[in-house]
Design a protein around this ligand. Structure first.
Ligand code: GRF
Length: 200
C-alpha cells in the first residue's frame, strides 16, 4: 500500500456489493486518498468475504454467535480492528447493532450506509415501510455513526422515485444502484475532510 493513504476497513454481513464498489473505487484510482486494508464479517459464510479475497484484501471473521453480549462482541471487534489500524471504518450491510464499546472507540471515524432517506425509517424493512406509507420517493443515506441506531450526521443522500405498484424487491434493487454511486462518492469527500451534505 502506498504511504500516505488513509487505511479503510469495511464491515459486512452479506453479499458485499457496497464493499466491492468502495474497494474498486479505491483500488482503481492511484490518486484515491484511501486504501482498503481489511474486510471483516460477523458471518463466516458471507458472500462478500470471497469477493474481498478476490480483490486481494485481507479478511477477518468475528462471529457474533460466539458472544453472550453485544459488548463482548464489540470488544473482540475492536481488538481485531486495532491490528489493522484503520483511519476510517465503513459499515456496508453490517447487520449488527453496535454498543458504545465500539462507537466510542472509533468516534468520528465510522460511516454507515442505510437504505432510506434518513431520518425516515431507521432500522429494518425500510422499503416496505416507505411503500406502505404511500411515499413518493425512497432512497439511501450515508451517515457518520454515533450512539443511536442509524443516527448521526447525514453526509450524503440519493433519492429514488417510488413507482405505481412498486414492490419492495424492485425498489430495493433500484435503491441499491444508487447506494453503489453514493457510498464511494461520500467516502472520497469524507477522506478529503468535506462534511457537507452530498445530494445525488
Ligand atoms: C444494502 O441495501 C445496505 O444498505 C443494507 O444491506 C444491503 C447490503 O447489501 N443495509 P450488500 O451486502 O452491500 O450487497
Amino acid at each position: 500500500m502506498k504511504a500516505g493513504k488513509k487505511r479503510v476497513a469495511i464491515l459486512i454481513s452479506g453479499g458485499g456489493s457496497n464493499m466491492v464498489t468502495l474497494a474498486q473505487d479505491m483500488l482503481g484510482d492511484p490518486s484515491h486518498a484511501g486504501a482498503p486494508v481489511l474486510v471483516l464479517s460477523n458471518i463466516a459464510t458471507a458472500g462478500g468475504l470471497e469477493k474481498a479475497r478476490d480483490l486481494g484484501i485481507p479478511t477477518e471473521i468475528v462471529d457474533h454467535k460466539a458472544h453472550d453480549t453485544r459488548e463482548t462482541f464489540d470488544t473482540e471487534l475492536n481488538a481485531i480492528l486495532r491490528q489493522y489500524a484503520p483511519d476510517v471504518i465503513c459499515l456496508a450491510g453490517f447487520m449488527r447493532i453496535l454498543t458504545p464499546v465500539f462507537v466510542d472507540a472509533w468516534d468520528g471515524k465510522v460511516l454507515n450506509i442505510h437504505p432510506s432517506l434518513l431520518p425516515k425509517y431507521k432500522g429494518l424493512n425500510t422499503h416496505a415501510r416507505a411503500i406502505e406509507a404511500g411515499d413518493s420517493e425512497a432512497g439511501c443515506s450515508v451517515h457518520r455513526v454515533t450512539a443511536g441506531l442509524d443516527d448521526g450526521p447525514v453526509l450524503g443522500q440519493a433519492r429514488v422515485p417510488i413507482q405505481m405498484n412498486d414492490t419492495t424487491d424492485g425498489l430495493a434493487k433500484r435503491v441499491l444502484v444508487q447506494e453503489h454511486r453514493l457510498y464511494p462518492a461520500v467516502l472520497r469527500r469524507f477522506l478529503a475532510g468535506e462534511n457537507g451534505l452530498l445530494r445525488l
